[in-house]
Write a protein that binds this ligand. Structure first.
Ligand SMILES: *Cc1c(COP(=O)(O)O)cnc(C)c1O
Length: 476
């Protein structure tokens, strides 16, 4: 038996590369990453040519490769196709960014493999994550009893919020009488989360928008009062801090007072807009957000980090704990100390990636000022773009609250929807800038979301030139 054990040990030994092998692997990967970053300004923001994918499809998962072949295949079939979210030219949907130093956090988290779900297993890791949550709570003015969790993204964070509200408001017995209030600008993941939370049978009220695409709070108030008078139970208000379509920020103080008066859970989805609270220019938009019961933010959006980081904070932290804390016999040692709350008590996850490191390292290395300056830059670039679009004859939406701008070209155009669709396609085919569209109250709009830390003045000037050039070509 011993011989057999040792022979298996030998056969699987490549799972533990030697020091020299590790150095070669890391050098190859670092070289690839550096070349990507050094050439990023020359790479397109969008490439619709999918032919390179064929090689990946052919490749058998059971065939081994060396690191060079792996990187070549990634380059051919993955990294150069579709949207390039690392590019500053990505102005579609809500761009991320991918700050390099965050990758170093991921690298260390994977190598050290700390068990960040439980304080007993990794007290330092849990304290580090809780410090990030505390910082976010302070940023939004949440009190000391607030708790939160670092999730994989905004969708899961919204789901955690709605589950917590469901349990606290005790509506499971009477789901069909509970009412969820949202607007056309509420992100669809909130509805998806409600469905996952077993709340598909609730009453859903889509509250009309005001002229700035915010949830119209007078309509919200009227609807809640009407629902109460017919015996329904107003349960959950899903408001937005930076809607995906237009970047609209709801009026939190107004909504908070309605929510408080009628005992409704007040939730703010700030997945895109949340970290603009770091910008002094945007600060006033956040007035009243501290009154919310729960808020979601995505560090992989307005904190410019790579994909894979969302945050949920809940004002009365115990409510979050009550919804997600479970005890298992095999974890009895883990709960002998009861000092710090563990992520596993505040989310559906047990074993999890040590996500805190990918947030903490960039914050430590670059400092808060770098982030707030980048956010201020995005806000001003959006104003600049808005102004230029008006100057070159675009019909524009309301003045952007944050860094999403909507516009469409209608001057002497018989079918604006068709023309603007063609304009988007022409820009996408050029590839240097990627933009997307939306439809709001039956009107087709082009969007530009300026959220990447790599989008600068030269990007916006290039974009404006491209628009003028394509309009000229399409109008012929
Ligand atoms: C992106 C986004 C979400 C969804 O978050 P993911 O991180 O993509 O899961 C929710 N709400 C808003 C406003 C968003 O912009």
């Amino acid at each position: 038996m011993i011989k057999e054990i040792l022979s298996y040990q030998q056969e699987s030994s490549s799972l533990e590369p030697s020091s020299e092998e590790r150095a070669l692997l890391l050098e190859a990967v670092a070289e690839y990453a550096n070349e990507f970053l050094d050439n990023l300004h020359k790479l397109p923001a969008y490439n619709a040519d999918n032919t390179g994918i064929a090689k990946l499809k052919e490749k058998k998962i059971t065939d081994t490769s060396d690191i060079q072949s792996i990187l070549e295949l990634l380059n051919l079939s993955v990294d150069t196709i579709g949207i390039n979210p690392a590019s500053g030219g990505h102005l579609g949907y809500i761009p991320g960014g991918g700050i390099y130093t965050s990758a170093l956090g991921d690298y260390l988290a994977a190598v050290l493999n700390k068990y960040a779900g439980l304080h007993f297993a990794a007290p330092g890791a849990v304290i580090l994550e809780n410090k990030i949550i505390k910082w976010v709570c302070d940023l939004l003015g949440f009190p000391s009893g607030a708790l939160g969790n670092i999730t994989s993204g905004g969708s899961i964070a919204n789901m955690i919020a709605i589950c917590t509200a469901r349990d606290k408001m005790n509506i499971s017995q009477d789901i069909s009488n509970a009412v969820i209030y949202y607007s056309q600008q509420t992100h669809h993941c909130v509805n998806k989360a409600a469905k996952i939370a077993g709340l598909a049978a609730c009453v859903y009220r889509q509250i009309p928008l005001d002229s700035e695409y915010r949830m119209d709070y007078t309509c919200l108030k009227r609807q809640i009062e009407e629902d109460l008078s017919t015996g329904l139970k107003p349960f959950f208000i899903a408001s937005s801090c930076g809607s995906t379509d237009t970047g609209a920020v709801d009026e939190f103080s107004k909504i908070a007072s309605i929510a408080k008066e009628h005992n409704v859970w007040f939730h703010v989805d700030a997945a895109y807009g949340g970290f603009f609270a770091m910008s002094s220019a945007a600060k006033s938009l956040f007035e009243g957000i501290q009154e919310a019961d729960s808020v979601v933010l995505d560090p992989h959006k307005s904190l410019f980090l790579p994909y894979g980081a969302g945050i949920i904070i809940v004002k009365e932290g115990e409510q979050l704990f009550d919804s997600f804390h479970y005890m298992a016999n095999y974890l009895q040692d883990a709960y002998a100390d009861g000092a710090e709350v563990s992520p596993a008590d505040l989310s559906p996850e047990l074993t999890k990636h040590f996500r805190g490191l990918r947030i903490w390292i960039p914050l430590q290395l670059h400092g808060m000022n770098s982030f707030s300056a980048a956010l201020d830059e995005k806000l001003l670039l959006t104003k600049y773009l808005y102004q230029k679009l008006k100057e070159i004859g675009f019909e524009v939406g309301p003045m952007p609250h944050l860094s999403v701008c909507i516009y469409r070209y209608t001057k002497d155009i018989s079918d604006p929807n068709e023309f603007n669709q063609k304009l988007i396609t022409a820009i996408q085919n050029d590839g240097r800038i990627f933009i997307s569209s939306t439809t709001i109250e039956d009107v087709f709009w082009i969007r530009a979301a300026i959220v990447s830390f790599r989008t600068h003045l030269d990007t916006i000037d290039l974009f404006i030139n491209l628009l003028q050039q394509k309009i000229h070509q399409l109008s012929k």
